[in-house]
Design a protein around this ligand. Structure first.
Ligand code: FAD
Ligand code: MG
Ligand code: MG
Ligand code: MG
Ligand code: MG
Length: 551
């Protein structure tokens, strides 16, 4: 740590000066982006593509608005309304970007190249494999489904991850109704065929259950009145409550709404095996195993790592690819990872505590005064957000409370601490390190942030005044603030024109008006006017005519 930035621990680029960067470099640096989901497209939209030679690889030539996928499963919204072609996105923004419809098979960080295979089939030379080299690689491959190696899940369950999955589910639901309508089928068999089981009580499973319930009571029972009584929806959840990432009030509201709707909640059960006509569940408290006959099962119980990522990380048993707070993969030069495939390792303050003390102690007295601490406090809070979170969780008003709890105001000013006292004060702070969730919101913010870093990179390389490194782990060439996630709230649509929402500032809203808030937020979040018009007209059509129940 030097004093070059005027004593700050983190300095960052002045964006107004970044514009007047001098002569462009002779060769544009090559940026390869893997994936066109939330993270990848957000990066590409914000990237100044005139500064780089940009190539994009993805086996799907469209972006999918995943929050509306549960609505596609029951035809509330059409599949084509939730996708936006990638090439159209670039063309509209006038971006000079090359797109290849291909799958990345391997990342080779030593050669700085990726191995790819065409997704559209092989060419005349007999193969569609090719290699792309990069100066910077942005890995935005998303997550895979995770069956936790439960036998039978891959073979017998539906998943809800891709647009095709949603379309398959829709077809399969109708199939079940047609199958149960065939003459000479026993009641028991009908009950089995019309038992829809959702494994996993997270937001996706819950929203799907709500959609399916609406589809049944609003549309299908009118079309299949003879078999209405045999229909059943069950959610199997291993935890004690559904929606456990939401505020408790929302979980309670959702559970009681589902109870009224007749959706069965089997909480505290784990699925241990799935066969073609039954699911074996184990009660977590009693250990008793039961067979549950079913017609259709949807697995929505967790996300896992894609093989190409697993292959790439030889960094222990992480679920996702670890990056530093600037979203760069620490062990490899020039590889960045964003979205569901990655996870940020937040630096612990205790690892750097002695350095921080030395930096703060400007007069080398071996002790810190309140003023000395306050001078570096902002930088500390930027580098270690857990400090602020800890103080908030302990209802502390200022840093003096953290360093020397219980001091009266008059004594705070004259407070002095030595290194041991400083360490003792900070030793619980790291317990507040938070991981960011695997959501579209996070992925989009990371993509936006990283593009911003790329846009200002030249400027920062020429003026490398920050961030001053605490331990050598910071990004010397990146004088940027580390990525910080801003949570804007989350919705849980619960069916019957009701939704629950958790909004910033601990505000929870539930019921019919929240559903209207949901409609307006999701309409405004659409990536283009084209999809916005399609989605809104799908909603309108459903209000007027109901859903389409043909396969
Ligand atoms: P993705 O969006 O999954 O994108 C991954 C990209 O990589 C895709 O383009 C894929 O085609 C591509 N790819 C895959 N393999 C390869 C390969 N080998 N080579 C090249 N490219 C490859 N989040 C919210 O915040 N709010 C919600 O309401 C919400 N609802 C959801 C509902 C459903 C049904 C689902 C499945 C998810 C939902 N999410 C929601 C989560 C959100 O969709 C993810 O967090 C988000 O998509 C993560 O973005 P990503 O870019 O990391 O991955
Ligand atoms: Mg992506
Ligand atoms: Mg996506
Ligand atoms: Mg992530
Ligand atoms: Mg001092």
């Amino acid at each position: 740590l030097t004093a070059a930035s005027g004593g700050g621990i983190v300095a960052y680029a002045d964006s107004s000066r970044a514009e007047e960067a001098p002569e462009p470099p002779p060769r544009k640096k090559k940026v390869v982006v893997l994936g066109t989901g939330w993270a990848g497209t957000s990066f590409l939209k914000n990237l100044d593509s005139s500064r780089y030679e940009v190539k994009v690889i993805s086996p799907r030539n469209y972006f999918a608005f995943t929050p509306l996928l549960p609505s596609v499963t029951c035809g509330t919204v059409e599949a084509r309304s939730v996708v936006e072609p990638i090439r159209r996105m670039f063309e509209k923004k006038g971006k000079d970007v090359a797109y290849y419809e291909a799958e990345c098979l391997k990342i080779d960080p030593t050669k700085k190249a990726v191995h790819c295979r065409s997704a559209v089939g092989t060419n005349l030379d007999g193969n569609g494999d090719f290699m792309l080299d990069y100066d910077y690689l942005v890995v935005a491959l998303g997550a895979a489904v995770n069956t936790f190696n439960t036998p039978g899940v891959m073979e017998h369950c539906h998943f809800l991850k891709e647009v095709e999955d949603a379309q398959k589910i829709r077809k399969s639901v109708i199939d079940c109704f047609e199958r149960a309508s065939i003459p000479n089928i026993s009641e028991e068999e009908k009950r089995k065929i019309l038992h829809f089981v959702i494994i996993g009580g997270g937001p996706t499973g819950v929203e799907f259950a709500a959609e399916l319930h609406d589809f049944l009571v609003e549309d299908l029972v009118k079309l299949y009145p003879a078999i209405e009584q045999f229909v059943k929806i069950t959610i199997i959840q291993s935890g004690e409550h559904i929606l456990n990432t939401f505020d408790q009030r929302i979980a309670v509201f959702a559970e009681s709404k589902f109870q009224r709707d007749g959706i069965e909640l089997s909480t505290g059960f784990r699925v241990i095996k799935v066969s073609d006509d039954s699911i074996t569940v184990k009660c977590k408290s009693s250990g008793v195993e039961t067979l549950v006959p079913y017609g259709m099962a949807i697995w929505s119980a967790g996300i896992g790592t894609r093989p190409v990522i697993t292959d790439f990380m030889n960094q222990g048993k992480r679920r996702a690819l670890a990056t530093n707070e600037w979203l760069r993969v620490p062990e490899c030069d020039s590889v960045y990872a964003i979205g569901d495939c990655s996870s940020i390792s937040q630096r612990k303050i205790m690892e750097d505590i002695s350095t921080i003390f030395k930096v703060a102690d400007k007069d080398n007295s071996g002790t810190l005064t309140l003023k000395e601490i306050n001078d570096v406090l902002e930088d500390i809070c930027i580098r270690y957000p857990q400090v602020e979170l800890y103080m908030k969780s302990m209802h502390m008003v200022d840093i003096a409370d953290l360093i020397k709890g219980g001091l009266g105001d008059s004594h705070k000013e004259s407070m002095v601490v030595n290194i041991e006292e400083f360490k003792k004060a900070m030793c619980h702070v790291d317990s507040q390190v938070k991981t960011v969730p695997a959501t579209a919101q996070v992925a989009a913010q990371q993509g936006y942030y990283l593009a911003d870093c790329f846009n200002k990179k030249d400027h920062c390389t020429e003026h490398p005044e920050g961030p001053l490194r605490l331990t050598g782990s910071g990004e010397g060439h990146h004088n940027f603030r580390p990525f910080r996630y801003k949570h804007l709230g989350q919705f849980a649509p619960l069916g019957g024109e009701q939704a629950a929402a958790e909004l910033p500032g601990d505000w929870v809203s539930m019921g019919h008006s929240t559903q209207w808030l949901w409609y307006s937020v999701y309409a405004s979040k659409q990536v283009s006017w084209r999809t916005r018009v399609l989605v809104v007209s799908d909603w309108t059509r459903r209000f007027i005519f109901g859903r389409d129940s043909s396969r």
